[in-house]
Design a protein around this ligand. Structure first.
Ligand SMILES: NC(=O)C1=CN([C@@H]2O[C@H](COP(=O)(O)OP(=O)(O)OC[C@H]3O[C@@H](n4cnc5c(N)ncnc54)[C@H](O)[C@@H]3O)[C@@H](O)[C@H]2O)[C@@H](O)CC1
Ligand SMILES: Nc1ncnc2c1ncn2[C@@H]1O[C@H](COP(=O)(O)OP(=O)(O)O)[C@@H](O)[C@H]1O
Ligand SMILES: [K+]
Length: 500
């Protein structure tokens, strides 16, 4: 699913109006109805609902929502925040219609006009929407502040008032902090930015049948991976396949005290459909690996505690494997750096690079050019910062991400809530699965195993990253259902992996 910017959303509304065709006021009615359907389902019986409306189309939505909720016997109070002399046409139309059915509309011009809001009330925020062009000030700012201080449940229409759709807000901005955002048709870029968590709450999409052809043709670098997008990428298993059909992966992982990382990664790799797996680990991990992951072959390093790349056991060179995954728990010993230095120039097929392998790259940036094209790098934000620089806001971080992926022709998975997969073409796919239960040691090692398995099976690297991140998050969601987000561990995520 695409994510469009504020200008495109405006053009999409216009395109729907012209091409469906539909009168603007009827499109607003459709949006209000979609919101109301969601609202009635979520709040079947509220004792009191206060709707705050601005003077633009977001406010127009609010007035239409008020009328539709009144028809459904909801107790409604409407407050129009009168911050400017002019209202939008569709606002005025809905204002006239609402006046016919409501006893009284309240107008908020001064701070004294802002009503007290109690804890058992629901507030619907329709003050400003995607038309926001400057920070909220004056009476809008005061009203937003009062709503935020109130103990009520807050639902924003389309987007929290004061939050920009696709650019950074400043720290000083006053923005609604909703419990829910009900947004029209497509997600907004603002929703997936870590700094915006409290300005979005739990968000839901409602379909208002905006012009499909416009959406299909709209150019955008931003995508949101939904279940149907991910499932389309899954390869089917042939009836006459054998283990040779699904590749032989080599995983370079572990160091003294961190053999667990190798175990987790190996188990995840096997649970993600790899044909064969060899794990190269320091020799101290040999017995552990052979016991904990009997399905994998183990190549013990000649060093007991760290990876050097040397081994007494004769195996093919790394380049002969379907793919190589490197990083979980490997540490940053000089011997391990030397191994990485020797390894990279020998590889041509895309590989997976994680954790300390990324930290070694940040400390030896000349090695970045040696990465096989279309390799998948999986930094968390701190590792990404080490690879690049600090950023002033989430939008600048996205630009750094895009530029890095383009410059080195690699696929970068920037991990976190809504993990972002950046491609060498400059696209960014945000993931929709996962939960805070994944914020626990080892889940990143699991992801490395997952991605290594997909590359070994011959998935295109971009598809592997999008698909792997999606199913890793889905396994996290399943683990959270079974164990709860607090009790779940990385091992639970491995056990919850299911490719369907
Ligand atoms: N155009 C359409 O057909 C549809 C629009 N919809 C609604 O329309 C909204 C967008 O409407 P608008 O473009 O009218 O914009 P808004 O309702 O977000 O803003 C209203 C006006 O306020 C002004 N403004 C911006 N920032 C301000 C600030 N900080 N202080 C004071 N004034 C400010 C702008 O000039 C803007 O025209 C969407 O969020 C959505 O809720 C929906 O009804 C779906 C259909
Ligand atoms: N709040 C969250 N919501 C969704 N996913 C999360 C959240 N926190 C962490 N994750 C996921 O958990 C994984 C953590 O990886 P990482 O930080 O490398 O952990 P580790 O190094 O302990 O293995 C990533 O896939 C990340 O996207
Ligand atoms: K709003």
């Amino acid at each position: 699913m695409k994510i469009l910017n504020a200008d495109q959303i405006r053009a999409l509304d216009k395109s729907t109006i012209q091409n469906e065709p539909i009168a603007p006021i009827n499109l607003m009615e459709r949006a209000a109805l979609a919101f109301v359907d969601w609202f009635v389902d979520r709040f079947p019986n509220t004792t009191s609902t206060k709707i705050f409306c601005g003077l633009g189309n977001n406010g127009g939505d609010g007035l239409a929502i008020a009328r539709l909720l009144l028809e459904r016997d909801y107790p409604i109070d409407v407050y129009v925040v009168r911050y400017a002399p002019r209202e939008s046409d569709d606002f005025m139309h809905n204002h006239r219609r609402l006046k016919l059915v409501i006893e009284r509309i309240h107008y908020v011009e001064l701070t004294e006009d802002i009503p007290a809001i109690r804890h058992n009330e629901v507030v619907i925020d329709a003050i400003l929407g995607s038309g926001l062009s400057r920070p909220a000030e004056g009476i809008i700012k005061d009203t937003i502040g009062a709503i935020n201080r109130a103990p009520a449940t807050v639902v924003s229409v389309d987007i929290a008032s004061g939050l920009y759709t696709d650019q950074a807000n400043s720290q000083a901005d006053t923005i609604i902090e909703p419990d829910y955002t009900v947004t029209f048709q497509l997600p907004k870029l603002a929703f997936v930015m870590p700094k915006n968590g409290r300005y979005v709450g739990e968000w839901h999409l409602v379909d208002i049948r905006l012009h499909k052809r416009y959406i299909d043709h709209a150019p955008t670098p931003y995508y949101y991976t939904q279940p149907k997008d991910a499932r389309l990428l899954l390869h089917k298993r042939e009836r006459f396949s054998n283990k040779g059909s699904f590749g032989h992966a080599l995983l370079l992982a572990g160091s003294y005290g961190k053999i667990g990382a190798a175990v987790l990664s190996a188990r995840a790799c096997l649970r993600s459909g790899v044909g064969l797996l060899t794990v190269h680990a320091p020799s101290c991990g040999y017995t552990t690996l052979q016991t904990a992951v009997p399905e994998a072959m183990c190549r013990p390093d000649s060093n007991e505690r760290m990876l050097t790349g040397q081994s007494e056991v004769d195996t093919p060179p790394p380049a002969d494997y379907s793919t190589v995954g490197i990083g979980p728990g490997i540490g940053k010993a000089p011997e391990t750096l030397a191994m990485l230095r020797d390894l990279l120039p020998t590889l041509t097929k895309p590989m997976v690079v994680d954790a300390d392998a990324l930290n070694l790259l940040s400390e030896n940036r000349e090695l970045l050019d040696k990465l096989p094209k279309y390799s998948i790098l999986t930094p968390h934000p701190k590792e990404f910062e080490r690879l690049t620089q600090t950023w002033k806001d989430d939008y600048q971080k996205l630009e750094l991400l895009r530029n890095f992926a383009k410059k080195y022709k690699v696929v970068v998975v920037l991990k976190g809530a809504y993990s972002a997969v950046a491609t060498p073409d400059g696209d960014i796919h945000f993931n929709s699965t996962g939960n805070p239960g994944l914020s626990t040691g080892g889940t990143g090692d699991v992801l490395t195993g997952v991605l290594t398995a997909l590359l070994a099976q011959g998935y295109d690297p971009i598809e592997a990253a999008v698909l792997g991140v999606f199913f890793h998050g889905l396994a996290g969601d399943r683990a959270a259902e079974q164990r709860g987000p607090i009790g779940m561990t990385a091992s639970d995520v491995v056990d919850a992996l299911r490719w369907e």
